[in-house]
Design a protein around this ligand. Structure first.
Ligand SMILES: [Zn+2]
Length: 542
């Protein structure tokens, strides 16, 4: 992962300074929060200028005729909080890509000028280059796609863009429609959504990708992003992502960009100091002051009001939106109906080869056992004369898990079936697990700590994949407690974009989900170890 620009790097490289000047001259906005509603030239904040000059940073070795390859970065990603001014800025960049000097046109010797009159603009603007400064020129035929997850979401960028064109000299060059803007030379700015698959593969010169933090596989936007980048590559065009902080459990386009190892992606992400807690009001204020620094129109009191309100319902979202941090939200792990769809109850004959998952608790959470056959059928076994399911809610047992009952059930499962592996989460149950290891062997009974993020994340993903994939052979017994516990499971973020399972709330238990994950992991490992094939000597009864 390449470190993001935190706003401290020195800007001492060749870049198209003509671009921000062109934007200030041509893009006019209604003033935000000022007394006058008269349109004003769009003067960039420091962070906007910083992102702009980095995006248009030119390689010292650039040669005339190069398009995207003249630039230091192939694309950019700007992570900034809600309302900090991403939308108008992206609109300004988009306007420049539509008619401004955004392509490299050689290094100036001094005295050269960019004249609007040479490029069909009648505004009379002239920009004089310094010696050695990279010069710019417009695209001959700019083809731009404005993309969003839904029609109204493009408003972040499309509305200020329309206003800019109406308010300033760009009205002469561009014709604004509801769904597209006509540019000089048959160029266009099109508004597209993920449903416009046929247009998405078209060759394009620029794509502002807004809110990529919510572009995921689930809403088909990951495919949109890759398709667009292919269309850009064909024209040697470039793209730019703008987004809030994202939920690291969703593997969004923004997240993938942030984790890319390639060095030709510019990223600006000013993260607030790590030690500050977003739930503490005074520290939250300092976080806002930090991440909104330089966004002059922002009133921190009003940001605090909105953040505090959102914090009550969606604390992670509030921290992402206004605190500019990467925080996992209330992410559902697996939709209950998707789990229920794999129900296909059947009898597992005594003596069947199975594996077992055990999650034990003490006084609060539940304790349970789930089993799985090596051909992918998962079930909650029963034990004792009453054939009780192996699920223990402490509330049913005078507030305490009945340890003797659990021990009896565990041993009974081993007696009835050919258990080749049992994965047991040991907290609170180390002595019992040790006793079971002594009775059945350490090869069969294994301590499996669910607190290990790397292993637990992988095990959860493995069960998830096998439940969801189209051609899965995974089935289960429809155990109601397990179904409920699946519904209650949420993803809790861990470092390196991993997750473990957590409860949706204190009272919503997930223990049988954990048992399911453990049983499935044991089954995968058993199959990988060749234990699915019954050994002949065993079959002969030795
Ligand atoms: Zn002009």
């Amino acid at each position: 992962m390449v470190a993001a620009d935190d706003g401290t790097w020195t800007l001492d490289f060749p870049t198209l300074y003509v671009v921000p000047d062109w934007i200030a001259r041509h893009c006019w906005l209604e003033s935000v929060g000022g007394l006058s509603s008269e349109p004003q030239p769009f003067e960039m904040y420091d962070w906007q200028l910083r992102a702009t000059v980095n995006h248009y940073r030119v390689k010292p070795t650039a040669t005339v005729g190069q398009l995207s390859t003249a630039f230091f970065y192939r694309r950019s990603q700007i992570v900034a909080p809600q309302k900090s001014g991403k939308g108008p800025w992206t609109a300004g960049i988009t306007a420049a890509e539509g008619a401004g000097p955004v392509l490299f046109a050689g290094f100036a010797e001094g005295g050269e000028r960019y004249r609007c009159s040479d490029h069909r603009c009648g505004c009379g603007w002239v920009y004089e280059y310094e010696p050695g400064e990279p010069m710019g020129r417009p695209w001959n035929r700019p083809l731009i796609q404005l993309t969003a997850t839904s029609e109204d979401q493009t408003d972040n960028v499309y509305r200020p863009l329309q206003a800019m064109i109406r308010n300033g000299p760009l009205g002469e060059l561009m014709k604004v429609g509801e769904q597209f803007i006509r540019l000089p030379n048959d160029g266009r700015i099109d508004v597209v959504t993920s449903s416009a698959q046929s247009r998405l593969g078209n060759p394009i010169t620029f794509a502002p990708q807004d809110e990529t933090g919510i572009w995921t596989d689930g809403n088909k936007m990951t495919k949109v992003a890759t398709t667009q980048r292919r269309g850009l590559a064909g024209m040697s065009g470039r793209s730019m992502e703008t987004t809030n902080g994202w939920d690291p459990s969703e593997n969004s386009v923004a997240q993938k960009t942030a984790e890319t190892k390639t060095k030709d992606v510019y990223r600006l992400h000013r993260l607030p100091p790590k030690g500050l807690s977003y739930t503490n009001k005074a520290e939250r204020r300092r976080i806002h002051a930090f991440v909104y620094e330089g966004s002059a129109h922002i009133d921190l009191d009003s940001i605090e009001g909105e953040a505090a309100e959102l914090l009550e319902k969606e604390p992670a979202e509030a921290e992402r939106f206004f605190g500019n941090r990467i925080v996992a939200g209330m992410g559902t792990w697996l939709q209950q109906d998707r789990w229920d769809a794999r129900k296909e109850a059947k009898e597992v004959p005594d003596g069947s080869r199975i594996v077992l998952g055990f999650d034990g608790s003490d006084v609060d959470d539940w304790t349970g056992i789930r089993c799985e056959t090596l051909d992918g059928y998962q079930f909650t076994p029963v034990y004792g004369p009453d054939r009780r399911p192996t699920v223990w809610d402490p509330a049913d047992w005078e507030g305490q898990v009945p340890r003797l009952e659990v021990d009896t059930a565990f041993r009974e499962v081993f007696a009835r079936y050919d258990v080749v592996r049992a994965y047991c989460d040991p907290p609170y149950w180390t002595s019992e697990v040790a006793a079971w290891q002594a009775a059945f062997g350490e090869k069969r009974v294994t301590e499996w700590h669910t607190a290990r993020a790397v292993q637990m994340h992988a095990a959860c993903e493995s069960l998830l994949t096998d439940v969801l994939k189209a051609d899965t052979t995974f089935r289960h017994d429809g155990c109601e407690t397990t179904s409920l516990h699946v519904r209650n499971a949420r993803k809790a973020a861990r470092p390196a974009n991993r997750y473990v399972l957590r409860k949706a709330s204190h009272i919503q238990k997930i223990d049988l989900t954990v048992c399911s994950v453990l049983a499935h992991e044991a089954a995968s490992d058993a199959i990988a170890a060749g234990q699915a094939k019954t050994k002949k000597r065993r079959a002969r009864g030795f």
